[in-house]
Design a protein around this ligand. Structure first.
Ligand SMILES: Nc1ncnc2c1ncn2[C@@H]1O[C@H](COP(=O)(O)OP(=O)(O)OP(=O)(O)O)[C@@H](O)[C@H]1O
Ligand SMILES: [Mg+2]
Length: 466
């Protein structure tokens, strides 16, 4: 049975409805204005709203968009008068799920409520459409949004060509997944897929990681090492965080693209490579070109095909699909069978901004599954910020410190730790980089991606400053 909220300025009519629905076993709250109804919705979290249109103050039509916005899963039935076709159409366009005419036919109303509740399966929980026992590989990529469909099409078109592909998108949007999908659909799916993280290593090490080195090529080069370009022969090399490459390595990569050969450090002869090159960036490379940090000629050679993954907040229509897939995967890994998810959880997800994109969603689901004992994910299993769609403010630091770590996702811990270090060094970014062991561009990205904000009394030092 459902929780139903009635808004009708005509008290007698509201009361009649209430008595009838109550007798059907529903839990009913009756209010007489939009504002009162809004407040009740906040407290009661109803499944169904039945609202009159014509009322003094805000009309039912005025209130409808706000209700749908705040409670996307709330089912709304509008009560309209026969002569009022315009407002009926308007109501449906504004997101009403159904309407019933005055005078109200109670059988018609019951049928409408039943139909709306069935849309949601169990009533108050969303039941996952996927078979949670189905084996889903970590490489399954999903998405119904137009942007994702276009991306799948592009992958299909370019996979079998040798063209270099540049994949751009914020952290956690699925860049590596796209790279792997291209590789799997390429002409050499059984060949190696070799990953190089260009931000993880200092220049010399990155260079020898990519191209290899001869014994004695530099201090510490005690033995010959095969580089990743050599390892990737007959397959794909994936250069991640390409914007972090130094000018020297950019020049060498350009040579690889031009001549299909590379020279290991300290070697005399160049070696040929047929590896398919895919690169990824979570910053706007064009901006780096404009500011002189990235070679323009290299940029144009890399972005023969450009696949841009939009942030999750711009394709929330993918959320349910992603939740289903990720939960299926997590269930499989954790030997669980979580198949129901509270509607309020989906509501929180819809309102949240997802700075860490799909990876953040995955972390949150994993943690929630770990916390749940039954087959249902409920709102109290979500981290605090998600309910309110907020970014982490410096004032939240003490909370973050108090209840560290086991129940938190990696992203949350990282966010809190970076913030703590920044505060300890009075936002001196150079010192923070030293403590955290990251480059300045990386710290800048972390601050931006997690939307970490300085407390008002501190003016952040600019990057070059002390
Ligand atoms: N469309 C999708 N369908 C299913 N899973 C996805 C999708 N997009 C991302 N994921 C999952 O989210 C996680 C992050 O994806 P991935 O590592 O590819 O992101 P990324 O853009 O490379 O992130 P980063 O910039 O942090 O390296 C992975 O576990 C991946 O499987
Ligand atoms: Mg990645």
């Amino acid at each position: 049975m459902a929780k139903i909220l009635i808004i009708d300025d005509d008290k007698a009519s509201g009361r009649t409805l209430e008595l009838h629905l109550d007798a059907q076993g529903h839990t009913v709250t009756t209010t007489t204005s939009i504002d009162e109804g809004m407040q009740a919705a906040n407290e009661e979290e109803p499944d169904v709203l039945i609202s009159d249109i014509r009322m003094p103050g805000r009309s039912g039509l005025d209130g409808l968009p706000e209700f749908k916005n705040r409670y996307p899963h709330l089912r709304v039935i509008m009560i309209t008068a026969f002569h009022d076709m315009e407002s009926t159409i308007d109501a449906m366009q504004k997101g009403a799920d159904d309407y019933i005419h005055k005078p109200i036919d109670l059988d018609e109303l019951d049928a409408s409520i039943e139909k709306l509740l069935n849309l949601n399966g169990k009533g108050s929980d969303y039941i996952l459409a996927c078979d949670p026992t189905k084996m889903l590989t970590p490489l399954t990529m999903v998405g119904h949004s137009r942007a994702m469909k276009e991306i799948f099409k592009t992958i299909g078109m370019v996979a079998t060509s040798p063209a270099t592909v540049l994949i751009s998108g914020e952290s956690g949007t699925g860049k590596e997944l796209v790279a792997r999908a291209i590789h799997r659909n390429s002409l050499t799916p059984d060949g190696p897929f070799v990953v190089v993280n260009c931000a993880a290593l200092v220049e010399t090490l990155l260079e020898s990681d990519m191209f290899g080195h001869e014994k004695g090529a530099f201090t510490g080069a005690v033995a010959r090492q095969t580089g990743k370009f050599a390892l990737a022969r007959g397959g794909t090399i994936f250069l991640d965080e390409i914007s972090e490459m130094s000018p020297t390595i950019q020049a060498k990569l350009l040579r690889v693209l031009q001549y299909k050969e590379f020279t290991p450090l300290g070697a005399e002869k160049a070696q040929a490579t047929d590896a398919r090159i895919i690169v990824a960036t979570n910053v706007d490379l064009a901006e780096h070109v404009a500011s002189g940090q990235f070679r323009e000629d290299l940029y144009y050679r890399l972005q023969v095909v450009n696949i841009h993954l939009p942030p999750l907040r711009e394709r929330k229509e993918d959320l349910i699909n992603l939740v289903e897939t990720l939960l299926g995967r997590i269930n499989h890994e954790m030997h669980r069978n979580v198949s129901h998810i509270g509607k309020d959880v989906l509501e929180c997800f819809t309102h949240y901004d997802w700075p860490g994109n799909v990876r953040e969603l995955e972390n949150i689901l994993m943690k929630a599954v770990a916390l749940s004992s039954g087959d249902t994910l409920t709102r109290d299993m979500l981290p605090e910020g998600i309910g309110h769609g907020s970014s982490l403010l410096a004032s939240e630091l003490s909370d973050a410190e108090d209840d560290m770590p086991s129940a938190k996702s990696l992203a949350e811990v990282e966010k809190a730790h970076v913030l703590r270090v920044l505060n300890e060094v009075d936002w001196h970014k150079g010192r923070a980089c030293e403590i955290l062991g990251v480059s300045r561009p990386r710290l800048r990205r972390i601050i931006r991606d997690y939307q970490i904000e300085a407390p008002p009394e501190i003016t952040p030092m600019n990057d070059e400053g002390h």
